[in-house]
Design a binder for this molecule. Structure first.
Ligand code: PHE
Length: 346
């Protein structure tokens, strides 16, 4: 019996298997119930007692060796097939370089602006891009013959000449969201409305027919022009840095009275004069004003009890100043060389 065991052991040691089928043949031949090793165990009961110790040990050794050989062949074969499929077996191996995307600079700046206003209690409100004439113009005190209502400036969805009742258009500013809020909520209202707006303009380095705005509205008892100035000064210094200087210039919007525009001292040239500030030393960053009592009335808010402040800024413009970009079209072309500059920004 010992010689038989040794013969099988030698067979096992030299055995090779390159496929699942060959491996299965090995198992059947040596390990299965009717295979060579179990039948040797069968015959063990006839072994003389004085030989049992030696033969028993060699038998057990044979069985372990056969089982180990089987496991080894099995893992070799499965590794080969996985490698053929191009999969990796070591899950702890570091992966290769992953080319992950980056946020678009407009999204980055939008988030920064909203976050600054969130800190002083402004909630985000959003609304549709297709609106009626009422939400874009009439409720905001635009006179019937205001040039903004002209097809030259606004993209109409329905024909304003035939559909005089309720023309539908692509919003030209996100003040439409303010109207919706004033109509549906009771003061105090404190919101910022980010969104895409559309104007019928020729595309150039400074203008586009699509761009993004953030508008703000705060309505409560005793909201004053001082609140407006302080809020916007807070925004400018938070966004552009503590040393930012601002100035307010009187302006006109149909929906605010008084109205103003806010400029910041040009950071590019420090008042020396450059292309960005058109050699004036100052750059305009937003429009603002006290909500016209007429607008409050039109939207169902008691203008004797409440006053409000409003402001609106173009995200592209703010981003251009922040990152010193001199062509607005870059934001829309999705040139990867440009977008890669913002990798890592959140
Ligand atoms: N809606 C104005 C615009 O699009 C900006 C603005 C908002 C001005 C609120 C004053 C107050 O130009």
């Amino acid at each position: 019996m010992i010689t038989e065991i040794e013969k099988i052991l030698a067979e096992i040691n030299t055995f090779t298997a390159g496929s699942d089928d060959e491996l299965e043949a090995f198992r059947i031949k040596y390990l299965s119930r009717k295979g060579k090793i179990p039948s040797l165990f069968e015959r063990f009961k006839d072994v003389l007692p004085q030989d049992r110790k030696v033969i028993g040990q060699s038998l057990n050794n044979l069985k372990t060796q056969a089982q180990e050989k089987y496991n080894l062949l099995k893992s070799e074969i499965s590794e080969k097939t996985i490698a053929k499929k191009g999969e990796y077996t070591d899950l702890t191996k570091p992966t290769g370089f992953q080319d992950i995307g980056a946020r678009h600079p407009i999204s980055v700046v939008r988030r920064m602006i909203l976050e600054i206003f969130a800190r002083i209690g402004y909630n985000v409100a959003e609304g549709p891009e297709i609106v009626d004439d009422w939400h874009n113009f009439s409720a905001l005190n635009f006179p019937e013959d205001h040039p903004a209502r002209d097809m030259q400036d606004t993209f109409f969805v329905s024909n304003p000449l035939t559909d005089t009742d309720k023309p539908i258009l692509l919003r030209t500013h996100t003040s439409t969201v303010q109207v919706k809020m004033m109509e549906s909520a009771k003061p105090p209202i404190r919101i910022v409305a980010p969104g895409r707006v559309f104007r019928n303009e020729a595309i150039s380095a400074r203008a586009h027919c699509i761009f993004h705005q953030v508008e703000g509205l705060y309505i409560d008892h005793n909201v004053s022009f001082a609140d407006l100035k302080q809020t916007l000064y807070y925004f400018a210094t938070e966004f552009f840095g503590d040393d930012t200087q601002v100035r307010f210039r009187p302006s006109y919007f149909p929906f605010t009275e008084p109205s103003a525009e806010m400029d910041i001292l040009c950071k590019m040239c420090n008042e020396e004069g450059c292309r960005i500030c058109k050699y004036s030393g100052w750059v305009e960053i937003l429009g603002c004003g006290m909500v016209d009592p007429n607008v409050l009335k039109l939207c169902g808010i008691d203008s004797k009890e409440y006053t409000g402040l409003a402001f609106g800024m173009g995200i592209e413009r703010i981003a251009m100043l922040k990152y010193q970009i001199d062509d607005l079209r870059l934001f829309f072309e999705n040139d990867l060389r440009f977008l890669k500059l913002f990798e890592g920004a959140v």
